[in-house]
Design a protein around this ligand. Structure first.
Ligand code: GAL
Length: 423
């Protein structure tokens, strides 16, 4: 789309030049291309708020929304990769910190540092060091973070649980979940809504369950090569994940993650296991937190926080550098994060926001972030190289069909050997 637009702008300018009469309009038009995968109802609405704020501050700049449909970026990243290989980078693109940013884009010299912005905007003082470290290579920062998601959350329709006399008191163990699931199944309700038309969405259930069984130390050991992917605990997690899938909706592979959320919203299903972008969808649908929907740590993961942070880069050699810098300055600001994150269902990357602008869930998540063990997500590209992430997704695809625990863990062992899991 952008390529087309650019080539048509270039074409118009060129034609005008050839005719000796420059088409000033086309040649002078200021644009900003923002590449992301924010296309679900709440994602698009939240992104739009940023666009509106941007336009207020940057009159006359036309924003090209190059969002590619497909939650988790599964469809967007390959397109981005091709564009980068062709030397046609967007001005700025969505990225997760950690491996995704540092090994995919920074190592390939696809983005320019934004270290000066961190200094001039004072972000070093208000963004936690643990987050800044994940966007830093050799002393330079390469992305501006706009929000932080919590991956390990189990969401539920409160009325469905009440109707079925299921009470959740602060935490939920796997056994309690399975007892509730049996009850729901007997009542004809889908216990666990899953929308894995993008395989990452079910991989997320595996990731959360892995953390629930291994704990944060085990997670760090696993992703630093100290614990084998066929350790009995990993097998136990795979087994539990398989049991969870016994309670999913039969049409899971036809639904996207937000389709699964809609099943919970519409009381067709009781729970969904998904990062807190789910909150954005619930709120967008007009549901009230703690009244219509509730949440609990994914079983076993209380005290841990799977970090899924969203940042934007400064594309090296992209055409609209000044416009992209203005975009980054905006999304790193307090005003933008206070406006965007409550709609997106994320907590701000900055710690100096007005918390009263955030609802109960997000305040809960902020409190969790401040004291929990923070662990990087593998499904969202932070914990391991892209090739490992892909191999895990492939292995999960097979597992959803055959539920073969040994097969899954052997594939993960092989992937760790082939691609490594240490930065
Ligand atoms: C994640 C992203 C979130 C959310 C989710 C579903 O990768 O960090 O912002 O949008 O995908 O699309």
């Amino acid at each position: 789309m952008k390529t087309l637009l650019r080539s048509s702008i270039l074409g118009a300018a060129l034609a005008a030049l050839i005719q000796g009469c420059p088409d000033a309009d086309a040649a002078n038009r200021k644009t900003l291309e923002v590449f992301s995968w924010w296309t679900s109802g709440s994602e698009a609405a939240a992104l739009d708020v940023l666009f509106r704020m941007y336009k207020e501050k940057n009159h006359g700049v036309e924003i090209i929304n190059a969002a590619v449909t497909g939650g988790g970026g599964s469809a967007a990243r390959p397109i981005l990769q091709t564009r980068l290989a062709e030397g046609n980078p967007p001005d700025t693109w969505q990225t997760h910190p950690g491996y995704e940013l540092l090994a995919r884009y920074v190592a390939l010299e696809a983005c320019d540092p934004v270290t000066d912005l961190y200094e001039s905007e004072g972000w070093n003082k208000v963004v936690p060091k643990s987050l800044i470290d994940e966007v830093t290579k050799s002393g330079d920062m390469y992305a501006v973070l706009v929000g932080v998601h919590r991956g390990n959350v189990l969401w539920y329709n409160k009325k469905v649980l009440e109707k079925n006399q299921i009470k959740i008191d602060g935490t939920l163990t796997f056994d309690q979940f399975f007892a509730a699931a049996e009850k729901l199944k007997a009542a004809g309700i889908v216990p666990l809504a899953v929308g894995d038309s993008g395989i990452w969405a079910t991989a997320e259930i595996f990731e959360n369950t892995l953390l629930g069984v291994l704990g944060p130390q085990g997670w760090h050991d696993l992703f630093s090569g100290k614990l084998a992917f066929d350790d009995p605990k990993v097998k136990q997690a795979a087994q539990t994940y398989g049991r969870l899938l016994d309670y999913q909706n039969p049409d899971h592979s036809a639904l996207s993650w937000d389709g699964a959320v809609r099943a919970v919203i519409g009381a067709k299903a009781a729970f969904t296991c998904m990062g807190d972008w789910t909150y954005g969808e619930m709120i967008k649908a007009g549901l009230k937190e703690n009244q219509d929907f509730g949440w609990v740590d994914h079983p076993g993961t209380q005290g841990s926080f799977i970090v899924v942070a969203d940042g934007f880069t400064l594309g090296k050699g992209a055409p609209d550098t000044a416009e992209a810098v203005a975009w980054l300055r905006l999304i790193g600001s307090k005003q933008a994060q206070e406006a965007f994150d409550p709609l997106k269902g994320a907590i701000p990357a900055r710690t100096d926001v007005d918390k009263s602008k955030f609802g109960d869930y997000l305040q809960w998540s902020m409190a969790s972030f401040a004291k929990a063990n923070l662990v990087p997500s593998c499904v969202h590209g932070e914990a391991a190289p892209a090739a490992f992430q892909q191999a895990m997704n492939d292995a999960i695809s097979l597992f959803v069909a055959d539920k073969d625990v040994d097969h899954l863990t052997a594939a993960l062992v092989q992937a760790a050997k082939d691609y490594g899991v240490q930065r």
